[in-house]
Design a protein around this ligand. Structure first.
Ligand code: NAD
Ligand code: WQD
Length: 343
């Protein structure tokens, strides 16, 4: 019998790639999403790639009674991957309550609805919890630093909630995956990131600038204490990231967890600068970019990349795809969406 999983936020960027990998791996998937930052037509795209459509339920996870009813109506769900959240750092500073309400009510309603049931739970956390680490690469044992934004704080506090719930409730197996910087798109170019408005993240800005939707890229600072002066991040291909969720689920299903709550870094273990990202895009696609050097962006971390030894040894997972493939696939996706309207 196929294992049945709930994927919240499953038509979003990382969720849609993960749903494809889960279905390819033989899971039966039900998505819950309120389409707040995504399009229903992604379900057709998923079908085109995977040859099957996941079940879909449009539901706002903030609606406690409806979440409880949904969970009650689905007694065979054995695992939850919880992607659904608001994720724009800048917006969270402008409107913290929007972030605290959505991200906390969602996770609390889910955990409450599943209380008493044996369930595996995988949570989308972020390297943002580390702030600027004093030691690089940063390991899972590095101290969590005061969050730079309400968004970052929702990840930190959610991790604390999960650790406490797992300790108190032996039915839960919980893994938080701390993603580094997810970029790129599925090799089919049928799913990818759909940024609304001006992209705040580097790679969507690069591809939109390259295709002519935006002007030149601004490199936010070239006077950092890094080899070329620009900031360094651990960019990870979204398909590699999707596969890490399957590795986490397998660990839970095979009872390999050392405690009821575990945390893993999910990155490549390699840092790349903003200027390297730009030159890699140019080399991988043959498209020239225009960029200007601008001032530092407030709140930016100078450099961070992950120690991924724990994921390698305990999840048996490692990233396979490098920065050129991330850039090529992001560019193919940008070209695809420039000719397509999502509703
Ligand atoms: P996304 O916005 O593309 O996907 C999130 C999905 O959740 C969307 O489809 C949205 O409609 C849905 N959603 C939001 N609130 C909901 C609610 N109350 N009820 C039901 N559905 C709701 O974002 P993503 O980039 O795929 O991110 C997925 C997760 O990974 C998020 O938790 C995010 O914080 C985390 N994360 C993302 C990044 C990144 O750079 N993309 C990095 C680290 C962590
Ligand atoms: C990457 C680098 C910028 C745009 C954010 C969140 C983090 C996580 C991922 C969810 C930085 C530089 C960017 C541009 C630039 N999300 N840049 N020009 O800031 O590492 O992380 O997304 O958890 O929480 O903070 O990603 O893609 O915004 O920036 O020079 O137009 O590119 O300064 O050094 P970031 P990013």
């Amino acid at each position: 019998m196929k294992k049945r999983l709930l994927v919240t936020g499953g038509v979003g960027y990382i969720g849609s790639h993960t749903v494809v990998e889960l279905m390819n791996a033989g899971y039966d998937v039900v998505i819950v999403d309120n389409l707040n930052n995504s399009s229903i037509s992604i379900l057709d795209q998923i079908f085109e790639i995977a040859g099957q459509k996941p079940e879909f339920r449009e539901l706002d996870l903030c609606e406690e009674a409806k979440v409880a009813q949904f969970v009650k109506d689905n007694p065979s769900i054995s695992g939850v991957i919880h992607f659904a959240a608001h994720k724009a750092v800048g917006e969270s500073v402008q409107n913290p309550l929007k972030y605290y309400r959505n991200n906390f009510f969602s996770i609390l309603n889910l955990l409450t609805a599943f209380e008493g049931r044996k369930v595996n739970f995988v949570f989308s956390s972020s390297c943002t919890v580390y702030g600027q680490p004093t030691q690089l690469p940063v390991t899972e044992n590095a101290p969590v630093q005061k969050a730079e934004s309400p968004y970052g704080n929702t990840k930190q506090v959610a991790e604390e909630i999960l650790a406490e719930v797992a300790a108190a409730n032996t039915n839960y197996n919980i893994i938080s995956l701390r993603y580094f910087n997810p970029v790129g798109a599925h090799e089919s170019a049928l799913i990818g990131e759909l940024p609304i408005g001006v992209p705040q993240n580097l790679v969507p800005f690069i591809t939109q600038s390259a295709i002519g939707k935006r002007g030149p890229i601004t490199v936010f600072g070239d006077d950092y204490n890094t080899p070329d002066g620009s900031c360094i991040r651990d960019y990870i291909h979204v398909v590699d990231l999707a596969k890490a969720h399957i590795a986490a689920l397998k660990r839970q299903e095979q009872d390999k967890m050392m405690s009821k709550y575990e945390v893993f870094n999910v990155g490549t273990g390699k840092g790349s600068s903003v200027l390297e990202a730009i030159t890699t895009f140019e080399a991988a696609t043959g498209v020239k970019l225009n960029y200007v050097i601008g001032p530092r962006r407030q709140g930016d971390i100078e450099q961070v990349w992950g120690d991924v030894a724990k994921a390698s040894s305990e999840l048996n997972w490692e990233a396979q795809l490098g920065l050129p493939e991330m850039m090529r696939s992001a560019w193919a996706w940008e070209n695809y969406i420039s000719n397509k309207k999502f509703n």
